[in-house]
Write a protein that binds this ligand. Structure first.
Ligand code: L34
Length: 282
């Protein structure tokens, strides 16, 4: 039977720690760290995530601002907004919520953010730093997964780690972070031949492919640690992950729920990055 890795509880604990650090930042520097989130269009899931981010900032004493642009704004408008935020010394962190509506060049937009303010760590400079191990910021979702493992006492060193999914925002940086912790890492994707032969070897399995309930009990090893990064919305509006939670529960040794697993940790790591950005900008 699996232990449930409670991302909400672990997040709450880390947010208390961040709150104290923000408090001493404020008493030292006379101002709070600040984050500006830019959201383009009306994607309902993005609205929820951005609202959760603003609420989390308020919880720990980070000043946040949400700038909303209509879906039909043009890219130059967004780029000049980013330029203005880059130059504004009152803004420590800038985040453009993804996905952007059709027609936007996401790479161009992300790379327009000053690397020192790129609290998602999605820009080329930060990605390069992550791969070489010479980084200030880690991308929020993979960093959140590593923190969940650490605080649950799960060692990565020497383990077979299998990441399913190779996106720039989760799969690829996730593989890099597991490697930094001396895991033996395999990255699987839609063209992988015989996926179950790989997932069945995983001591730690990270599912980030975006297909509801895709990882079934017969695809995992006895005692595997299952980290579910998927957030899929069912027709009734409830959320479900990429792992068949009920089916895998007996066989796994630890499992993250959805919601209440990786999602809250993503936001908590954003708070951490924003504080770090502010400290670096003093
Ligand atoms: N630029 N775009 C940028 N940075 C990011 O780090 C993200 N991501 C992903 C999507 N686009 C992004 C997020 O913020 C995913 N993501 C995210 C953030 C928060 C939550 C989930 C994904 C979250 O709060 N999850 C809750 C449930 C929320 C709900 O009810 O819908 C949970 O418990 O999992």
């Amino acid at each position: 039977m699996a232990a449930i890795i409670d991302g909400k509880a672990i997040s709450a604990q880390i947010r208390e720690e961040i709150k104290e650090e923000v408090c001493s930042f404020v008493s030292k520097h006379g101002k709070a760290p600040s984050l500006t989130v830019v959201i383009v269009g009306e994607d309902p899931a993005s609205q929820v995530y951005v609202r959760n981010k603003a609420r989390a900032c308020a919880q720990v004493g980070i000043v946040s601002d949400v700038i909303r642009l209509p879906a039909d704004s043009d890219e130059d408008e967004l780029l000049s907004l980013i330029k203005r935020l880059n130059e504004d010394s009152g803004v420590n962190g800038i985040l453009v919520q993804l996905p952007l509506p059709d027609g936007f060049d996401e790479k161009k937009v992300i790379c327009a953010i000053d690397p020192k303010k790129d609290v998602d760590a999605f820009g080329y400079e930060n990605v390069g730093r992550i791969l070489t191990g010479d980084y200030d910021f880690l991308p929020c979702t993979p960093a959140g997964v590593m923190e969940l493992l650490r605080r649950s006492g799960i060692e990565v060193r020497g383990k077979d780690c299998v990441v399913v999914g190779r996106s720039n925002i989760v799969g690829k940086p996730m593989a890099a972070l597991l490697l930094h912790e001396n895991g033996t890492v395999t990255v699987c994707h839609s063209k992988t031949a015989d996926l179950p032969s790989h997932t069945r070897r995983a001591d730690i399995l990270v599912a980030a492919l975006g297909r509801p309930g895709f990882i079934k009990a017969d695809m995992i090893k006895d005692g595997a640690v299952l980290i579910d990064v998927g957030i899929n919305r069912r027709e009734d509006g409830t959320l479900t992950g990429d792992v068949d939670f009920d089916g895998c529960f007996e066989k796994a040794s630890a499992i993250t729920p959805v919601p209440g697993g990786v999602g809250p940790m993503t936001i908590t790591m954003l708070l951490k990055n924003t504080l770090k950005a502010a400290e670096k900008q003093i």
